[in-house]
Design a binder for this molecule. Sequence first.
Ligand code: ADP
Ligand code: MG
Length: 576
Amino acid sequence: MLRLFKYLKPYTIPVLAVFAVVFLQCMADLYLPTLMSDIVNKGITNGDINFILQTGLSMLFVALGGSVCAIAASYLSSHAAMGMGALIRDDIFEHVSEFSLNEFDKIGTPSLVTRSTNDVTQVQMVVILMLRMMISAPIMMIGGIIMAVSKDRGLSWVIVAVIPALVAVIVTVAVRGFPLFRSIQKKIDKINLVLREGLTGIRVIRAFNRVDDEKRRFEEANLDLTTVQIKVNRMFAVLIPVMMFIMNFTTIAIIWFGSIRVDRGTSNVGNMMAFLQYAMQILFSLLMASMMFIMLPRAQASALRINEVLDTVPEIRDPAAPRRPDEGKKGYVEFRDVTFHYHGAEVPALNGVTFSALPGEVTAIIGSTGSGKSTLISLIPRFYDADSGSVLVDGIDVREMAQDELRSRIGLVPQKAVLFSGTVASNVGYGCGGSCQDDVAEAAETAQAVEFISAMKDGYDSTIAQGGTNVSGGQKQRLSIARALVRKPEIYLFDDSFSALDFKTDAKLRAALRAKTGDSTVIIVGQRVATVMDADRIIVLDEGKIAGMGTHRELYASCEVYKEIVASQLSEEEIA
Ligand code: ADP
Ligand code: MG
């Protein structure tokens, strides 16, 4: 929690102003009972109407001043706390955007969402409370005690007797509350997770008639959260009456023993009334401070979760002294004995992979599902780092290059085509940061997308829904290919990008690609032999290892795994 206070730094002036107005407000509050006791003791006893009116007027002004200060304190503390929250959210977002895929896997997207919204809100709320209580609670408590004792020393034992009882109640609640608050945040994560899955997977859920199961899953998570929240509220439900009981009991004690003293003539009514008010102020400030101690554990639990995100050091970072490849060396991709494990996986997804892809050539990768093709592709733009061995682009290890520099050389078409909400043109133009609208049509042409784009209502300005849900799988793939083409990179990576296309479009697209990619390096991952057979080099992957490398003819003659794949797909004539 303390660490997060550094985000208050830009708000130093509002914070100091809060302290100042809160101080003034406390002074006003402490002064009022004294004025009142003056009215009783000097005004009423002597029948001095003028004094009563004068002092009454002063009371009115002091009360008014106190209210103005209270409003100002509210305004300034909200301003500072909300600003602080915005800065924290900014920082989380900025930090998370540097995460590698490993870190996303570790913390989980739903939890990241809760942490940057709900958890920040918890911290904001307690900061508002803190800004106001930090100054007012000690002043009201100490000031109140001094003033009360000065009014009637003989009654002060009542306060001394009550405070330990109050503190005991507060500590009990705070101690019992902390684990509950921690688990509340976890359960909100869970609700987020179920909700996200339920919403994004709605088609599958409906198709498999699992709507009721999803409902049940949500209800379970919801009930889980509700139960803990009820527990917390039950605690508060007990707390408030107990506090009120203590306060009322104090009032009775003061009036009881006070009136005995007034009767004996050792005190007077004005002092007794002032003492009563000071006692209430002391207990009330203690109560407010206790609210802070109760909220603090919850904010602390949230702060820990926020710090966990901020402390996660992304595994993939730019090197201190990035190297730039030679100008002349373009489009070289080389794997040297690369081995890679996913976090927590027992078997390596890639094992001793060595190959090179050269400019102007097409390198194809084929293998059964789960053989590590996508993994191999994702090591080139450095989404993950190899465990051992090295991946070189243009003769330099990708770990020694700046990530921007590296990725600017690559046009990636991921296995799962991702489109953003916007238009066809904005999605294709995404490849070059939107600065190359002239090339969009050309790229669409190569990607065989023109036909369906012109059939859409507004052509290139047709809207694409979030996630590209209003175009078909094959259309999505073609747009995503066009997006890579528009970038005109040195290295093209096509991860299973032709799988949703029919054979004819697939063949046309690859022919157009060959003409366009020129002396760029092209790496194509494919499932279909027809897609890869005319490549300059085919790499056969099997359980993360290279089972064979060469042209179609060479492999068909020598590589068993390749032969099996071919036999399962092509007829005898096609093979020949
Ligand atoms: P392919 O693209 O050839 O179908 P992948 O490269 O996607 O195969 O996967 C290779 C292996 O790595 C599979 O066994 C898969 O289960 C595993 N794998 C893929 N992605 C992850 C991930 N994010 N975390 C853990 N294991 C993964
Ligand atoms: Mg794959």
